[in-house]
Design a protein around this ligand. Structure first.
Ligand SMILES: *Cc1c(COP(=O)(O)O)cnc(C)c1O
Length: 377
């Protein structure tokens, strides 16, 4: 799957740390998803990887886009995406940004509060809105429950208020948390949405869409859970279970599952040594760390698979650390990683499935370390 990246790394020897993204793989991931979930319109979650070549590739393939800020909307427009294929999915937006987005032609907005409806009524009169509800995130490696979404029983009153304020109540959304490994979470969300659809229909408010959010999992070292085919099959069943013959327009906002497997991150070993903290252990220091793009290693939540120059060497337990002076800049200490006994300064360590949530998480120069170099194939 990453043959083109491997060939590039072998022939070009790019400066490290660097990220290489295979755009053909991005496109293939999008196409595969369309095949596995033909009932859904894909709105790629731009934050997962907002690089221009990624946006251009997906736009050419017919993908739509979910943006969380005016800057992400601009990035989409500059990549040639028509405004009609962009949703503004953040439920917390500045009025000036709503106005600017609406003036640019964006017409689909997320809400989860009365305050946001009041802003939209003034800044984007007549726009379509969908209401985000909270659902359980158990099973997600990177939960997203604690900041956005209203209680399910608040959704109907909010959408009625949106209608009264001159907006179009278009539908409902939820997010099961990122890297979600239990398909059951989407089934719960869909069934909650169906109940709210029914409740609003009784009041003469006909919703047109349901947005399943993102969260679709990719393989990491600590997740060989259900594959995407299994997840989408379960969601397809849940849709007909809850909506019968009247399945509404279905949107989904995958980020990770579109780009993660299309990227590899190469780093160089700076030092291999023994340390005494918490018992004598082998420490491997790399030229990339928590502040160089690997933010999702916080709490060791996302455990990337690693590749080494010599995959057949004997392996030994090692702490994996980044290059900065911050002692939080340790990638894996509790999760036991085994690295080659032969590993030494100057060798490469390559992280797999890093196309999502890496490059834009890199600090602009903490401790003098530059952001990741990026290459697009
Ligand atoms: C981050 C995010 C996504 C994408 O989530 P993935 O786990 O990358 O698929 C989708 N929708 C919203 C609202 C998000 O915040």
């Amino acid at each position: 799957m990453t043959a083109r990246i491997d060939a590039f790394l072998a022939s070009e020897a790019p400066a490290t740390p660097c990220m290489i993204v295979d755009l053909e793989q991005v496109e293939a991931n999008f196409r595969d998803m369309r095949e596995m979930a033909p009932w859904a319109e894909v709105y790629y979650a731009v934050k997962a990887n907002p690089a221009r070549p990624v946006l251009t590739t997906l736009n050419k393939s017919g993908c739509a886009f979910d943006a969380a800020s005016l800057a992400e909307i601009m990035a989409c427009l500059e990549a040639g995406v028509p405004a009609s294929k962009i949703s503004y999915g953040n439920t917390v937006k500045k009025s000036v940004d709503i106005t600017a987005a609406h003036d640019l032609g964006v017409d689909l907005f997320a809400i989860d509060s009365l305050g946001e409806i009041e802003k939209l009524a003034v800044a984007a009169p007549g726009a379509k809105v969908f209401c985000r509800i909270v659902v359980a995130n158990d099973g997600a490696r990177w939960p997203l429950t604690r900041k956005f979404g209203c209680a399910p029983d608040e959704a109907a009153p909010l959408l009625r208020a949106a209608k009264a304020a001159g907006l179009i109540p278009a539908g409902l959304s939820f997010h099961v948390g990122s890297q979600q490994t239990e398909p059951e979470r989407w089934r719960e969300g869909i069934s909650r949405c169906a109940a709210i659809f029914e409740q609003l229909a009784l009041d003469g408010v006909a919703l047109e869409l349901i947005n399943l959010g993102g969260g679709f999992p990719v393989p990491y070292r600590n997740d060989d859970g259900p594959g995407l085919a299994e997840v989408f099959a379960a969601i397809g069943r849940a849709l007909s279970e809850s909506f019968g013959d009247e399945v509404p327009r279905v949107l989904m906002e995958p980020g990770r599952a579109i780009v993660a497997s299309a990227g590899k991150l190469r780093s160089e070993v700076i030092l291999v040594t023994e340390r005494i903290y918490g018992g004598r252990q082998r420490w491997v220091y790399l030229d990339v760390g928590r502040y160089g793009g690997l933010a999702e290693t916080e709490g060791e939540a996302i455990q990337y698979q690693l590749e080494f120059d010599d995959m057949s060497a004997d392996m030994t337990p090692s702490v994996v650390a980044g290059p900065t002076c911050d002692s939080h800049d340790v990638l894996y200490e509790d999760a036991l990683y085994e690295l080659p006994v032969t590993l030494k300064a100057g060798d490469f360590v390559t992280f797999r499935n890093t196309g999502a949530y890496t490059s834009t998480y890199a600090s602009i120069g903490f401790n003098g370390f530059a952001p990741l170099h990026e290459h697009f194939l």
